[in-house]
Design a protein around this ligand. Structure first.
Ligand code: NAP
Ligand code: GFB
Length: 318
């Protein structure tokens, strides 16, 4: 990518978008580049006319496409139809506008939670469409799988370089700390913050046994900028920590308690769903490109996120 490029980041005010903005402003921006970070206030991307207007205004040469209806297990369980429709609309509008405006490259986001529920492990990039996703988030999963199909269609018919990355569970500063709709780590951080203040028990939902690979948002941000600049395949690439970094929800919760300094009672409430037991993903393809990439150790990333949340409690999304 040469100078003079205009990089449009849809969903630029969210967890991943803010991490990219932090690193771009701190060290990754190249001379002559213009980076534009969008929020929904700049236009509703479910609306084709609003999407076209954004592309006409900014005339991007490259797009990192993050905008989506996003949420944890419990939000997905409640709104599968909304996750399906809104994300299909957003993705179709962004990719078609990128095509109409001759954008050189688009990097979109899938997720490791969209893979088949019944699968062998570790999961890899070839397995995206090999069977139905877990029922808890079938709406989100099918909308995201379609992005891979759209990318292939734009490549075949129009020669477009639209590709996608497949992040595992992401967390970090500027996350959504809402305890009903957010993901597990920010949800537990918010619960721990309140339990420490009130002296009430700290409640972990489900059995605590499911396994997850968590990637720090700043690490993902670095990898996404790399993908925009260096990754030339249309096929997706998983962006995840190593299989050996997988932890149980219970162990992750303990890291949150250690980080916030909670000494009170811990309750495991298995009346709530567990969701997928595991979705262990292989990062072998990423390691072939970037064998020496260093992920932030999980305990350190949890501590940094908790510190950010406590320092920004009044303005954090919750
Ligand atoms: P997030 O924090 O919820 O941010 C979502 C972003 O999309 C926000 O900037 C939001 O704008 C924007 N947005 C939502 N609906 C929109 C609409 N109709 N029109 C325009 N903008 C809209 O999400 P995130 O966690 O950063 O996720 C970013 C991407 O990574 C998503 O594609 C997600 O599917 C993917 N991903 C996330 C995870 C994870 O664990 N978080 C894991 C795998 C993949 P406002 O701020 O104005 O609402
Ligand atoms: O991050 P999360 O909500 O979604 O994690 P998934 C859910 C797991 O954490 C379940 C347990 O096993 C829950 O029982 N858990 C324990 C909690 N305490 C809590 C809590 O306070 N809040 C939450 N949220 N969970 C999502 C997909 O799956 O992964 C999305 O549904 C998305 O589509 C996301 O792709 C990355 O990891 O289970």
């Amino acid at each position: 990518m040469s100078g003079g490029n205009i990089i449009l980041v849809t969903g630029g005010t969210g967890l991943v978008g803010k991490a990219i903005q932090t690193l771009v402003e701190k060290e990754l921006k190249r001379p002559g580049e213009t980076w534009v970070f969008l929020s929904s206030k700049d236009g509703d991307l479910t609306d084709p006319a609003a999407t076209r207007a954004i592309f006409e205004r900014h005339r991007p040469t490259h797009v990192i496409h993050l905008a989506a209806m996003v949420g944890g297990l419990f939000r997905n369980l409640r709104y599968n139809c909304d996750f399906l429709r809104k994300n299909i609309l957003i993705n179709d509008n962004v990719l078609e506008s990128a095509h109409q405006h001759d954008v050189q490259k688009v990097v979109s986001c899938l997720s490791t939670c969209i893979f088949p529920d019944k699968t062998s492990y570790p999961i890899d990039e070839t397995m995206v469409h090999n069977g139905p996703p877990h029922p808890s988030n079938f709406g989100y999963s099918h909308a995201k799988r379609l992005v891979d199909v759209q990318n292939r269609a734009y490549a075949q018919q129009h020669g477009r370089r639209f590709t996608s990355v497949i992040p595992t569970n992401v967390f970090g500063p500027h996350d959504n700390f809402n305890m009903q709709d957010g993901h597990v780590l920010p949800g537990l951080m918010h619960k721990a913050y309140l339990a420490k203040q009130s002296g009430e028990p700290f409640v972990i939902w489900g059995t605590g046994r499911p396994l997850r690979q968590f990637i720090y948002s700043l690490d993902l941000a670095r990898l996404m900028v790399w993908a925009l600049r260096e990754y030339t395949e249309v096929d997706p690439i998983i962006l995840s920590v190593d299989e050996s970094d997988e932890v149980s929800i219970r162990d992750a919760a303990q890291m949150v308690l250690d980080a916030i300094g909670f000494q009170g009672q811990v309750v495991q409430d298995d009346s709530h769903a567990d969701g997928q037991y595991k979705k262990t993903a292989s990062n072998a393809k990423l390691r072939r490109y970037l064998p020496d990439f260093q992920f932030t150790p999980l305990r350190q990333a949890v501590q940094e996120t908790v510190d950010w949340f406590v320092a920004n409690y009044d303005t954090a999304r919750k």
